[in-house]
Design a protein around this ligand. Structure first.
Ligand code: PFF
Length: 462
């Protein structure tokens, strides 16, 4: 199955390129924008601890399973799951993983592009709007942006064109070159911001907020949001990483030599980098929040009101600030590509031209994204809410906190219980058998149990 289809979408040039692409998918708005603001909303340390536990117990094993399923299937997640279900003599039910994932990816793409559009707007605004900024003036710029559907739509449009443009070109040519430069630069700039945060005089307050465990702050909603975020940030549960796994040959170039590639250690690197970026973003943002008397629970605007303030007070801040938002856009770009890829790859396998498939998905996601655009202005009123949430919040909650963990649960059960054990073992190529056994036990029992318990708890059943 693998060999005949693979040339259709291409394969990664080396293990390093796969790591870069998967890290490009994982590291994005989720780390820099979302992690700090939800940590602020849900009260800090206890939330962070649950999030880290979810990465370890659920995220890493499920990511390993996703790459493994993708590599074995060699096709878009929908077709991969159909083929693997057949191979395992399992029911067609398991194809649901592919379909639900494709839908979740599409829904996330629709709002992801709108938020990435905010960062894009800040690239243009940074050089002019934030000299001598005050907390009030920065807040006014942010509120002004949200109140302006035309600008939001324009930015959303540009970002969607950029994203689907790369997908249309095929993942290899566009993405590979981009992540090679962007990811290391992003790390450097985050380190600069972190350095600045240590000079605010509130660094230890920021650290205490992030890492002091206060269990009484842990509501059922906080737990489900932490788990949902662990899926979101690692791009899990919807097939994005499965699609990338499909472009991974059994043997790859590692340090100039062609070798069989073990999936486990590769996944570990990706998860570590992703977690590191989120924690550094948090450690950079919260000291600035406290130093300026801002609210940690400010919501989605947290990054957009704290960082311009910090940059405006920093030597060469305009330059660094502009560069920072450029990199946020790039990080979001390399993530959004992986949101569109599973659906586009599926259409290509059904005979569509890649360019046409990319345009179709881009247009549809753009239209749906208008719901998110209007959630911040025309339709922000209570009369437009359902369950106390506006359109954006509903789509976000449904995808991140329900669909992704559900997808992850099904992936864990399929890879752990339905698929033939020998197939999984052969595909993983883990060198250490004990590590393999631990992975398998966690995937079969601990991860599904943890996801189920969080779900049941969140819905008040236990
Ligand atoms: N992991 C990305 C982020 O943290 O911004 C978002 C994302 C990308 C989620 C791809 C899901 C996905 F399939």
């Amino acid at each position: 199955m693998n060999k005949e289809i693979k040339p259709l979408h291409g394969v990664w040039a080396s293990r390093w390129v796969f790591i870069l692409a998967a890290t490009g998918s994982a590291v994005g708005l989720g780390n820099i924008w979302k992690f700090p603001y939800i940590t602020g909303e849900y009260g800090g340390g206890a939330f962070v601890l649950v999030y880290l536990a979810c990465i370890l117990v659920i995220g890493i094993p499920v990511m390993t399973a996703e790459v493994m399923l993708g590599r074995r299937g060699g096709l878009s997640p929908i077709h991969t799951m159909q083929a693997l279900a057949k191979q395992a003599q399992g029911r067609r039910f398991w194809s649901l993983i592919g379909y639900m994932g494709a839908l979740a990816g599409f829904l996330i793409l629709s709002f992801y592009s709108v938020i990435a559009g905010w960062a894009l707007y800040y690239v243009f605004k940074m050089p002019t709007a934030f000299t001598d900024a005050t907390a009030e003036s920065v807040d006014a710029v942010y509120k002004g942006l949200l109140a302006d559907p035309a600008t939001l739509t324009g930015m959303h449009f540009i970002f969607m064109v950029l994203s689907m443009g790369v997908v249309a070109f095929g993942v290899n040519r566009g993405l590979e070159r981009m992540v090679r430069i962007v990811m290391p630069l992003l790390f450097v700039l985050l380190a600069v911001l972190l350095g600045y945060a240590t000079t605010t005089g509130h660094f230890s307050e920021g650290l205490a907020f992030l890492f002091t465990f206060e269990p009484e702050k842990l509501t059922a909603e906080a737990v489900i949001v932490a788990m949902g975020h662990s899926f979101f940030t690692l791009s899990l549960g919807l097939g994005a990483i499965m699609a990338y796994g499909a472009y991974m040959p059994k043997e790859m170039m590692v340090g100039g030599v062609r070798k069989p590639v073990s999936i486990g250690s590769t996944v570990l690197i990706i998860a570590l980098l992703d977690t590191l970026v989120a924690l550094v973003a948090g450690m950079a943002i919260f000291p600035i929040v406290f130093a300026n008397g801002l609210e940690p629970a400010a919501g989605p605007g947290l990054m957009f009101v704290t960082l311009p303030l910090a940059f405006s007070q920093m030597p060469m801040g305009i330059l660094f600030g502009t560069l920072f938002f450029v990199l946020v856009v790039f990080a979001a770009w390399s993530s959004s590509i992986s949101l569109g890829e599973p659906l586009v790859a599926w259409l290509v396998e059904r005979g569509w031209k890649r360019v046409r498939a990319s345009i179709l998905i881009g247009v549809l996601a753009f239209i749906l994204g208008m719901g998110t655009v209007f959630s911040f202005n025309l339709y922000s009123g209570e009369e437009y809410q359902l369950f106390g949430r506006n359109f954006f919040e509903l789509v976000e909650f449904l995808t991140t906190n329900i669909m992704l963990p559900l997808g992850g649960l099904l992936i864990a059960i399929f890879a752990g219980w339905v698929m033939k054990e020998t197939h999984a073992r052969k595909e993983l190529m883990m060198k250490n058998f004990k590590v393999y056994l631990v992975w398998r036990a966690v995937l079969r029992i601990l991860a599904p149990l943890a996801i189920a318990v969080v779900f049941l708890h969140a819905f008040g059943i236990i």
